[in-house]
Design a protein around this ligand. Structure first.
Ligand code: COI
Length: 364
């Protein structure tokens, strides 16, 4: 680890009663803890000025390159409070590795895994009162590391000054309706990412590119949109903020293979590993929309679900397009396989089950 974080605690923390009221019903991404991490990178000086400081706005030059050319990446992780009060996170090495892959694709500086995890530890140590009790349910403290081109320069080239930060936000269920099947709009006009593009990187631009489809989804009464491959508009890719799994009646658990334009979700890869413990047979391959429709209609596919750090495992109820719609899973709380996988994952994350794979790292 090469960075050490200077800690300046604020004297005007949110009063305990107000914080507890937020933790009782956190929603997602609405409220933020008392502190944040900041660090700066310059071409000449590398990473420096690493600190934990009061949560607050950045002062940004209007010419900051991120505002013009979107040179930015982020990660999403969660901290869970276990029964003994200790605070843990899930597979941070996988996020650190993806962070560095994203950084490389966006021509941003890399960061040592130990510094990336050290930043999370430094923030959570100061704000540990903000980590909800995770011993029942799925409450957690969502951690959002991000970095952006803060150099004031309008030429198009990799920035020579970059700002790194981590903020944290108490989180309950990502979807406002709680755990109920979501409906998906099949985006025919918009692609999220193309061959050779940034689809496999966790960069803000990919999410911006998903928003017009999200508006179309909402206009058609759907919760999310599902993107098809940009070349043939035929194969399922992902939801923009979540990966997709289909459950076959013989126990096969199928997810689109990583094509370079799909984000490699940490939840996705964890489910592929957990599947074997749950008597499911994981399979990564191309899945056409037509196959999904035909197999859902024939009963060959019994369930479908979306997954991600924020959404955990969320059942998919129906798919809608200009061509009509079809059901792809039970109503109510979704199907038994999604709920079994969701439980297995949350049990490890929250300390309700033994962490046999060494997936947890203690933060505080
Ligand atoms: C996550 O699951 O952490 C995501 O990044 C999805 C979304 C909240 C952007």
């Amino acid at each position: 680890m090469s960075l050490s974080f200077t800690v300046t605690e604020r004297s005007d923390r949110l009063p305990d009663a107000e914080r507890e009221a937020i933790l009782a019903d956190p929603g997602f991404g609405k409220r933020f803890t008392d502190h944040m991490v900041r660090a700066t990178w310059t071409r000449d000086g590398g990473w420096h000025d690493a600190q934990v400081t009061a949560y607050g706005p950045f002062q940004l030059d209007p010419a900051a390159a991120v505002l013009h050319y979107a040179q930015e990446i982020f990660e999403g992780m969660k901290a869970y409070r276990h029964a003994d009060g200790s605070v843990w996170t899930f597979r941070p090495e996988a996020n650190a590795a993806r962070w560095n892959r994203s950084a490389q694709r966006l021509a941003l500086p890399g960061m040592e895994e130990a510094d990336f995890i050290g930043a999370l530890k430094a923030l959570v140590e100061v704000d540990k009162a903000w980590v909800p009790d995770s011993t029942s349910g799925e409450a957690s403290l969502y951690l959002r590391p991000f970095m952006f081109a803060s150099e004031a320069f309008l030429g198009v080239r990799p920035a020579e000054e970059v700002t790194f930060s981590v903020i944290a936000s108490p989180a309950g269920s990502y979807f406002t309706g709680g755990l109920k099947p979501v409906s998906l709009w099949i985006s025919e006009h918009f692609s999220r990412a193309g061959k050779g593009g940034t689809g496999a990187a966790k960069c803000g631009g990919n999410y911006a590119a998903s928003l017009a489809a999200q508006i179309e989804a909402a206009e058609n009464g759907c919760d999310q949109s599902v993107f098809l491959d940009s070349l043939e508009q035929k194969y399922i890719e992902e939801l923009g903020g979540m990966n997709v799994f289909l459950v076959h009646k013989d126990g096969r658990l199928v997810t689109p293979s990583l094509t370079g334009s799909i984000l490699e979700g940490v939840t996705r890869s964890s489910i592929l590993e957990l599947a074997k413990d749950l008597d499911l047979e994981p399979e990564e391959r191309k899945i056409s929309l037509e196959e999904w429709r035909a197999d859902a209609e024939s009963g060959e596919i019994t369930e479908a679900f979306a997954c991600g750090t924020a959404a955990v495992v969320t059942p998919i109820g129906r798919l809608v397009s200009t061509q009509g719609e079809f059901r792809t899973g039970p109503e109510g709380e979704g199907g038994p396989v999604a709920s079994k996988i969701r439980k297995a994952l949350l049990d490890v994350q929250t300390g309700r089950a033994e962490d046999t794979r060494g997936w947890l790292t203690r933060l505080a």
